[in-house]
Design a protein around this ligand. Structure first.
Ligand code: BTN
Length: 305
């Protein structure tokens, strides 16, 4: 993380040559204010003032930093989460150069997409962590419905799909201490004003964008504002243990339930099965060919039909 923060400062010419040569001796923590100031500078496409105008949230996005380019908003968020930021702080970047996807994959993040991370300080038991991930998927789906997408669906655990193609990915990272989640970084990437041809060829058949689905350019600032409002509503449910409501909203939009999948669990355990549902821990319940039920907590599920 140290290198990434230093790179960000170097790129923005926030460090003198002298400082760069001395940097190995300097506490990187000293730069947190510089990173915050950088996120308050004027940006060209994503406008902090437009997002904040009439934003109807109490805490999500009240502290907001927007960058022109970072390696990964999740990394900046992780760094800032250790340096005196409010619960609900949001980090946005117009572009990312080394964005992280799930399962160690990279994530394409050109100009035109919505790339953001939210810092939550939920103070809950680690077992509740998957529920935050599911809740975020619901917030994205509701946001897409509000901007005119007819039937966004959620592929377990939290890929958002339109007409069977992925339009949004979510990467949640927890910073835990003594079994309690202290900080959660929720990274959300929405392929908004992009064209599928901008993605590497191997991704194109499984990817879609809002611009292509809605057949028009949308307003990214408005999309972010709606998402932050939806996110706060669902995190309030989470904070008040409204897990059943979150699950109901998730199930209503499920792309996975009722499908035959190949489950790829960590440590190379692969098997096929039929998705029966999700349980109250947020795990996927899969019926194997031999009739036994499996609880999938992490991994990938490849849809086969
Ligand atoms: C996935 O693989 O589906 C998850 C993709 C998550 C991408 C987002 S974009 C904003 C945030 N910063 C990152 O580096 N990753 C997440």
């Amino acid at each position: 993380m140290r290198n990434e923060i230093v790179n960000l400062l170097k790129k923005e010419n926030k460090l003198s040559e002298k400082t760069i040569s001395e940097i190995s001796n300097i506490e990187i923590d000293d730069f947190s204010q510089v990173i915050k100031d950088l996120g308050n500078e004027e940006t060209e496409h994503i406008k902090k003032s437009e997002i904040l105008k009439d934003l109807k949230t109490d805490y999500i996005g009240k502290e907001l930093y927007v960058y022109r380019e970072v390696e990964s908003t999740n990394t900046v968020a992780k760094f800032l989460s250790m340096h005196d930021v409010e619960n609900g702080t949001v980090i946005i970047s117009e572009k990312q150069t080394k964005a992280k996807g799930r399962s160690g994959k990279s994530w394409e993040s050109p100009l035109g997409g919505v790339w953001l991370s939210i810092i939550l300080k939920p103070d809950v038991d680690q077992s509740k962590f998957p529920m935050i991930t599911l809740a975020t998927g619901v917030a994205v789906a509701k946001t897409l419905e509000k901007v005119g997408v007819e039937n966004p669906e959620i592929k377990w655990p939290n890929d958002i799909m339109i007409n069977g193609k992925k339009v949004c990915g979510i990467l949640t990272e927890a910073i835990a201490k003594f079994n309690t989640v202290e900080n959660v970084i929720i990274g959300v990437g929405i392929d908004a004003n992009l064209e599928v041809s901008q993605f590497p060829e191997e991704l194109q058949s499984g990817t879609t964008t809002l611009k292509e689905e809605l057949k028009r350019e949308g307003n990214e600032n408005l999309l972010i504002k709606i998402f932050l409002e939806e996110f706060e509503k669902i995190s309030e449910l989470f904070n008040h243990e409204g897990y059943e409501t979150i699950l109901k909203e998730w199930r209503k939009r499920s792309y996975s339930i009722g499908k035959i999948v190949e489950v790829r669990e960590p440590f190379n355990t692969y098997y096929d099965g039929y998705v029966v549902g999700i349980n109250k821990e947020g795990a996927l319940i899969v019926e194997k060919i031999d009739g036994t039920l499996k609880k999938v907590i992490s991994g990938e599920c490849i849809i086969k039909n």
